[in-house]
Design a binder for this molecule. Structure first.
Ligand code: SAH
Length: 256
């Protein structure tokens, strides 16, 4: 690619949040950039319905990254792709599910662009935590219920050495806990929350494919959620919402 890039003005990479699933939840800025993309690199969790906004002659690259399965491209390959296309002078849109800076490795991709001297812009997106709560009828904060929320990754096994997630502090440290990528580790997560002082009667909701026609929500308590999720065979992608606010769904559910 070196030869071809001579005398070409470097392009730019737009790191765009696609929103949680419903294509209507992308920002106007995000849609504007999709309409001008020359190269689009998109993930499994970005709604495929958004591809219709991209010009017909644009190059579409599926980056994969479905949790738990073999990644279509490694993170290193994706980083390199973004750098190469931008240095070839292209307008590159990197479309990511939800918000690029919330468990999206968006920052890592930008660090590579910085190293390569590629200019970029970041467009935030509706993260799946707020979308799942909204579409399940659960206000993640509510006066009299909770004044704090924590977004946590459940991908790291609780208790593993050098874990970045301190469950002993988080269990009771925030009123509402929203856990991404936690379905596989749900039994260990629940155990850690209860062991660290969270009331076993605390309501929990698990929301799969939030904001899409496939949305499915299961509500239980910390004591009973593992069994319920097994019964309903809930698979990723799903979010776990823990806290008293989950009870508000009884009257506020509007979508399912
Ligand atoms: N950057 C994304 C999160 C990527 S991590 C965001 O801001 O939403 C991937 C995890 O996000 C999944 O394992 C799941 O926990 C959650 N997720 C993403 N989209 C979802 C959806 N539509 N419904 C439920 N969970 C979703």
């Amino acid at each position: 690619m070196e030869q071809q890039t001579k005398n070409i003005k470097p392009g730019k990479v737009y790191l765009v949040g696609a929103g949680p699933g419903d294509p209507g939840l992308i920002t106007l800025r995000g849609k504007y950039l999709l309409e001008r993309a020359e190269v689009l690199v998109y993930d499994y969790l970005a709604s495929p319905k958004l591809l219709k906004y991209v010009p017909k002659d644009a190059k579409l690259i599926y980056a994969g990254k479905k949790g738990g399965t073999k990644h279509t491209h490694t993170q290193e390959e994706i980083n390199q792709m973004l750098v190469d296309w931008a240095l070839a002078g292209k307008t590159v849109v990197r479309l990511k599910g939800g918000d690029p800076f919330i468990f999206g490795r968006g920052g890592e991709e930008l660090q590579e662009l910085v190293k390569a001297g590629v200019p970029f812009e970041v467009v935030p997106g509706v993260t799946s935590a707020t979308a799942a709560a909204t579409y399940a009828g659960i206000p993640i904060t509510h006066r009299g219920y909770t004044a704090s929320v924590a977004f946590i990754t459940g991908h790291e096994e609780p208790g593993k050495e050098n874990s970045n997630v301190d469950w002993s502090k988080l269990a009771t440290g925030a009123g509402t806990l929203v856990i991404y990528m936690g379905i596989k580790n749900l039994p260990i997560i629940v155990d850690n929350l209860v062991q660290n002082g969270r009331d076993p009667k605390t309501p929990v909701a698990v929301v799969r494919w939030a904001s899409t026609p496939e949305q499915h929500t299961v509500v239980a308590t910390l004591e009973t959620i593992v069994g319920r999720v097994e019964e309903e065979a809930i698979k990723p992608p799903a979010l776990i919402i823990v806290g008293e606010v989950v009870a508000l769904r009884d009257t506020l559910d509007w979508f399912e």
